[in-house]
Each structure stands twice: as C-alpha cells, then as structure tokens.
Design a protein around this ligand. Structure first.
Ligand code: FES
Length: 134
C-alpha cells in the first residue's frame, strides 16, 4: 500500500478575509484566512448550541487559518462560501444548498440535515505561511 500523500500549500498570497481551495486526496480542502470577526464569532458560541460540539480552539492550530475538507457531511456536496459572490449561510461560514446545511465561521454545522462539522484534516505549519496537509 502506498503511503497516502500529503500536500504542501503556500498561503502567503491569501489575504485576511480571503480563502482558497486546494485538492488533497481527490477532495477539496478549504483554507480560509479568517478575520478577527470570524474568530470572535466562532469563539463566542456556547457548546450547547452545537449539534456536533467542538470548540473553535479544537479545530484550528492558528486562529487565523481554518483548514477543512470541503465536503458536506450530509450527502457529500461541496458547500458554497469559498467565493465572495457565494452565499455563506446564516452563520457566515458556508452554505450547502442541497438541503440547506449552514456552517459557521469554524465550519461547524449549525442548521440543516448535515450531522457533523466539516472535517479538519491532519495538518501542520512548516513555516508561518506554508502548510502541510496530510
Ligand atoms: Fe449538504 Fe445535503 S449534501 S445539505
């Protein structure tokens, strides 16, 4: 069995408030350079409000960088919200139009049929702007 591949991403061009999508193991990985407001909103949420309770701190290694597999945990669509023109749902994160799942600025499921948060892949910061995924 071949070792599952990892990928390195240079995020230096990604400004605060922007995001990029990279492919990893055939799946889209969302990398969002979060604003102070994104982070503050994610951290203000009481855990009891969450269907899949996880703190923001558990989901990010560095608060400004949120890294997740961009596959909805309902039926596997790619949620909207990576482009400025796309809807981000009621919690300002991502919105999956298939059956209306809303994810917050930490990628946690807040409303709709998806049962789980968008998964955070194993990753590590090699430098301040270089991230190894996988
Ligand atoms: Fe996302 Fe159905 S696949 S709501």
């Amino acid at each position: 069995v071949l070792a599952l591949s990892s990928t390195e991403v240079d995020v230096s061009p990604v400004q605060v408030g922007q995001q990029i999508t990279v492919k990893w193991r055939g799946k889209p990985v969302f990398i969002r350079h979060r604003t102070e407001q994104d982070i503050a909103e994610a951290r203000a949420v009481p855990l009891e409000d969450l269907k899949d309770p996880q703190t923001d701190e558990e989901r990010v290694e560095r608060p400004e960088w949120l890294i997740m597999v961009g596959v909805c945990t309902h039926l596997g669509c790619v949620p909207l919200g990576q482009k400025a023109s796309e809807p981000r749902g009621e919690w300002g994160g991502w919105f999956c139009p298939c059956h209306g799942s809303h994810y917050d600025t930490a990628g946690r499921i807040r409303k709709g049929p998806a049962p789980l948060n968008l998964p955070v892949p194993e990753h590590a910061f090699l430098t301040d702007t270089k991230i190894k995924i996988g």
